[in-house]
Design a protein around this ligand. Structure first.
Ligand code: G
Ligand code: MN
Length: 384
């Protein structure tokens, strides 16, 4: 076949460098696709078909490490080679954490870059061949790792999707204040919600998953106790789905009872007009919660963009807080700051009576966790 040449995505913000490496790789026999920044690189990646990525690290906007992370979220194996003129231990360590194949110091010689890419492509093809062989021999265990298998698994996960509900209680009123809907499926090769979300991400089907989750939550919630709110997790990509904003959207008719959770763990940098989108959700009647507060790297920016009605303190802050004066101090100051801004504060992951009592002492009222109830098929009555 004429198109047997391997495709390389080449990302560098410096025009001269990009053109020079492009010439080198082209004459080494690669089909080179240049990109001047991370955003363009992601656009090209979306189309697929690459055998390797070569990227500069320091670039304005998305840097090479962020790009590497995005590549990993889409493809576990696609080899990435990073180049830098200013190597540091920190970038090197993070690059390794995120699964870089090779970390090259600039200036990189013609032979080095061509050699590194050639090796990367071979490894990628080897990995693919290995998975195909494993698949053919029927020795695959556990998680499906080829794309076709993953698609089948994911389809089955969607067919068997259901929502578990975990109560959020008001300690003072001793009543259920809300239920958080949590994704579940019966598909054994995607054994936990993280695996389902991961599969959706790799298959580019996050919005389809989001819709299915909202539909399922809406159906179940129709029979919930009428005064309760529904908390539901959104993935950043759900914000790009028109269906979420439609009048006929899965949850639109009960929007006043719905609080959409956005986690602080993932970055919203790739979502254009986040503020506008969140404002539109608010106009429909939804309220917004920032999830996992205290765990994320997204930090204050997300918080400000969201103008949330609720914050949910991450369970890492709650775990054992009765034994940690540091955690108590953090929880107290975060709680009082949020309350002063008029936000509802929820503590997640309350597992013991000691944690519950400490939280109440610190001025929290809304509590969630195994201590009160595990997530259950609708609608568990919490124990005290
Ligand atoms: O990211 P988010 O806050 O939506 O995560 C909720 C997850 O935490 C769910 O998977 C749920 O099963 C789990 N969870 C809920 N309560 C507890 C708890 O008390 N302890 C622990 N370890 N996990 C919990
Ligand atoms: Mn949540």
């Amino acid at each position: 076949m004429a198109s047997e040449r391997s495709s390389v995505l080449l990302v560098d913000d410096d025009d001269a460098v990009r053109e020079a490496y492009s010439r080198v790789l082209t004459s080494a026999g690669f089909d080179v696709h240049p990109a001047p920044d991370g955003a363009r690189a992601l656009e090209l990646l979306q189309r697929g078909g690459f055998d390797a990525v070569v990227s500069d690290i320091s670039m304005p906007g998305m840097d090479g490490l962020q790009l590497l992370r995005e590549v990993r979220r889409r493809d576990r194996d696609l080899p990435v080679i990073l180049m830098t003129g200013r190597p540091t231990l920190e970038t090197a360590t993070r690059a390794i954490d995120y699964g870089v194949l090779k970390y090259l110091m600039k200036p990189v010689s013609r032979d080095d870059i061509a050699g590194a890419v050639r090796r990367a492509v071979r490894l990628y093809h080897l990995g693919r061949a290995k998975r195909e062989a494993l698949g053919a021999l029927g020795t695959m265990t556990g998680e499906a790792s080829d794309r076709a298998g993953l698609e089948t698994s994911f389809d089955r996960a969607l067919d068997s999707l259901w929502m578990a509900f975990q109560p959020i209680v008001s300690a003072a009123a001793r009543q259920v204040f809300a239920y958080e809907a949590l994704l579940r499926s019966e598909e054994p090769t995607l054994p936990h919600p993280g695996a389902v979300i991961d599969a959706a991400q790799r298959l580019g089907q996050l919005q389809r998953l989001g819709r299915a989750a909202r539909r399922s939550a809406a159906e179940a919630f129709a029979s919930s106790p009428p005064t309760c709110l529904l908390f539901l997790n959104l993935h950043p990509e759900d914000l790009l789905d028109d269906a979420l904003f439609a009048e006929t959207g899965e949850l639109a008719s009960m929007a006043e009872r719905v609080v959409l959770e956005m986690t602080e763990r993932s970055s919203l940098d790739l979502i254009p007009d986040v503020r506008d989108r969140v404002a539109r959700l608010r106009a429909i009647g939804y309220r917004i919660a920032v999830d996992d507060l205290g765990a994320g790297y997204a930090g204050l920016a997300t918080f400000v963009q969201m103008e949330p009605d609720f914050v949910k303190l991450d369970m890492s802050l709650i775990r054992g807080l009765h034994q940690s004066s540091l955690k108590r101090r953090l929880v107290r100051s975060m709680t009082s700051l949020c309350q002063e801004m008029g936000l509802g504060v929820v503590a997640e992951g309350v597992e013991t009576p000691e944690e519950r009592d400490s939280l109440v002492e610190l001025g929290l009222d809304l509590l969630q966790g195994y201590h009160f109830s595990r997530p259950a098929r609708p609608f568990a009555t919490p124990s005290w």
